[in-house]
Design a protein. Sequence first.
Length: 335
Amino acid sequence: MADPEFVMACIEEYPDNQGSSRAKPQVDGQFMQVVFGKLIAEGTARRLITKFDVKKRLYYGNTSMESEISLLMANQTLAAPGKLVYDPFVGTGSMLYTAAHFGALVFGSDIDGRQMRGKESTPGIRRAADQYGVQNRILDLCTFDVTQIHTLKLRYQLTFGADGVRAGAKRLGRKDGQEMRTEPMVLLDGSLAHTHKTYVPPTKPYELSALAVDLVELARYLLVPGGRLVFFLPTVTDDYAPVDVPQLEGMELRANSLQNFGKWGRRLITMEKVTSHEYEAPKFGLLGTPDGPGGQPEEYVPAHKNFRDKYFRGFRKDEAEAEGLSGEGVVPMPG
């Protein structure tokens, strides 16, 4: 019906096992209640999905988060006036616009500044923020490896929107495993290489299981008590277990919501700092820890370990199992 006089809805309720996927018989067997009612009003946020539509945005990239998801993340972060939201892997800024819309001040950083700037004289994120009327809520955009900034003392709500598949997070380092230079490189004209605008530092992939653990540890240091960390954790549907979500003293899981794509899914993880204890800044080092502490049992391999590789080979079980049997990708227990 194109233009109904009123809309009726029938809603069935079933228990949700912490966002885990369910087979249809399981749903049918655990029915709780049914609610029947008439639509009397729609939430004011529904129109925001269209307002922040990526296709209508002045600046976006192939890793830009869709508007509905970025709005959900802003809600989970509890973005509001008087709060500061930081995205350490900001990319093209999808998380910043929605958090700023709800009144929060926002700050973003990325190891590759080209994603934030774009090709025009005015940075792409700034242009899109102006389009949405939130330009004055963007404190700054910086280019650095978040694991190497130990003087970052402002305290935030924290979001991380990349899903680990398209974005492919990176950190400083060399792919071949060689040590990073500790002294600046001097060019033939006597200038320092890193002072040139065209300089791009060497980077290496940031393995997802290591990134997830490091992110929780970083959040524990940066967040105010009651502050939240919100990030997507892609995982293999059949192999996922609740223990895959990194656990750390002082950080408590608030929500674990699954977006199921079949063989794989991505989980919107919401964690909250529940302590007022002051922790020291984490020291990841240039080489980084193999996977970080994480709190998983010894020899445990989370389902998102080497997820990007599993994704692009179609989650073939024979290769994944062979990798597990070889002992690679083991998450060590914290000392």
